[in-house]
Design a protein around this ligand. Structure first.
Ligand SMILES: C[S@@+](CC[C@H](N)C(=O)[O-])C[C@H]1O[C@@H](n2cnc3c(N)ncnc32)[C@H](O)[C@@H]1O
Length: 238
């Protein structure tokens, strides 16, 4: 288990320099609108004018942190700190260069080293699929969130539909994405890992069950671009 997790992190270290370019090309830039909407819906749901801490777990090169910052500004919400955590030194290095205004820390989803009930919002975008001990990560998010705090997940969940759109998505993920991602990153294996990890991941319903079992309450589940990507917002009530 530990070995598999280490292999995943080492793969992200290798692709870190080309990660952003590959991301934008492979998603045609649409991921920006999914991220923007995730942040904006969560801030509306949270409904506070002042936030002490937002933590973006599996922050990679930090894009989601910029969306949090923008969304808070737009909604005139005062936020004291936006922290990004990730175990990949390579990804964090790119993030630190892009966003010197944010704080980054090397740690994992299962061991954030943050205080109990100290965080207003935890987000994890396209990251939870890479966390082997997902149940432990959900317990950790529950532990660090304040009462009333939100967990925001953006993810590619396993498709259970046999619709044409779903088949096109799966064809794109299995055939086109590894080819283009491989060319950009010069690491075909890393981009072959992506469709495999989605195929081996849970469906949206199963993910919601896991979150509810941890004690979270579902407040928003939305799919974007005909089910290509999904958003989950859950709350820690007590
Ligand atoms: C696909 S990238 C997503 C990066 C970023 N959140 C984004 O939206 O672009 C997945 C990230 O998960 C990180 N990761 C892998 N295992 C992890 C773990 N156990 N805990 C936290 N992050 C992890 C990787 O290092 C990588 O940066």
């Amino acid at each position: 288990m530990i070995e598999k997790q280490e292999q995943i992190v080492s793969m992200f270290n290798k692709i870190a320099p080309s990660y952003d370019l590959a991301n934008r090309v492979l998603s045609f830039g649409v991921d920006k609108s999914w991220r923007r909407e995730g942040c904006s819906l969560a801030l509306q749901q949270y409904g506070r004018e002042k936030i002490s801490m937002i933590v973006d777990v599996a922050c990679g090169t930090g894009d989601m942190m910029e969306f949090w910052s923008e969304s808070c500004k737009k909604s005139e919400i005062e936020v004291d700190s936006i922290l990004g955590i990730d175990p990949s030194v390579g990804m964090i290095e790119v993030g630190r260069q892009k966003f010197p205004q944010f704080e980054f820390k090397i740690s994992t989803a299962t061991e954030t080293k943050l205080e109990n009930e100290s965080v207003d919002i935890v987000s994890i975008s396209y990251g939870i699929r890479n966390v082997i001990e997902r149940d432990q990560a959900f317990l950790e998010f529950f532990r660090i969130l304040k009462k009333g705090g939100l967990l925001v997940i953006l993810e590619f969940t396993r498709s259970e539909s046999s619709s044409i759109i779903s088949k096109i998505r799966d064809f794109y993920l299995s055939n086109i994405l590894p080819f283009i991602g491989g060319l950009i990153s010069k690491n075909k294996d890393a981009y072959q890992y992506l469709p495999n990890s989605i195929e081996n991941f849970v469906s949206s319903e199963e993910l919601i069950n896991e979150l509810e079992k941890t004690g979270f309450v579902l407040i928003e589940n939305k799919s974007f671009s005909f089910g290509v990507s999904s958003l989950f917002i859950v709350r820690k009530d007590n």
